[in-house]
Ligand binder design. Structure first.
Ligand code: MG
Length: 149
């Protein structure tokens, strides 16, 4: 499964501090056989990935569409600007998660080292892989579920 993480307020705070648990959960997801991608509406953020030692766990870093998400992703796939379809999106901006499926994560704006949202990401991903859904209110089903008869 291809998991796409947003950057600002999802894995880092306003001042660039890494959210608690990001490295540990990235490592666990990769061990579980999932492919982790990082994308941002602010450009291709390899600097953030490298600065925080996340590069060993990340399969690619891309630019994130900022509107018309489904159409934009399809166009990016056609133009080969994305190598794989995002199957589970983690983002503090709920609209993109509703459009593409995944988890609407609580924004990590100010630094709070008690934040445990990354553990919640891992639980929801495990639920979703095991059952195809999750009872967590932050979970959003993929768009194919919306269009299912
Ligand atoms: Mg964000």
């Amino acid at each position: 499964m291809n998991i796409f993480f947003d950057v600002d307020y999802t894995i880092i705070s306003y001042d660039g501090t890494l959210r608690p648990g990001v490295k540990e959960v990235f490592e666990q997801l990769k061990q579980d056989g999932l492919d982790i991608y990082v994308w941002s509406g602010m450009g291709i953020r390899w600097n953030v990935v490298r600065t925080h030692g996340l590069a060993p766990f990340v399969s690619g870093v891309y630019e994130k569409p900022i509107q018309n998400y489904v159409e934009a992703v399809n166009a990016m796939l056609t133009r080969q600007e994305l190598p794989v379809r995002p199957e589970f999106v983690v983002d503090d901006y709920p609209e993109i998660v509703t459009a593409l499926g995944g988890m609407a994560i609580r924004p990590f704006w100010a630094v709070d080292m008690r934040d445990r949202e990354m553990e919640r990401v891992y639980r929801i991903v495990c639920d979703y892989r095991r059952t195809g859904t999750s009872s967590d209110t932050a979970f959003r089903p993929p768009p194919s579920d919306h269009s299912a008869p």
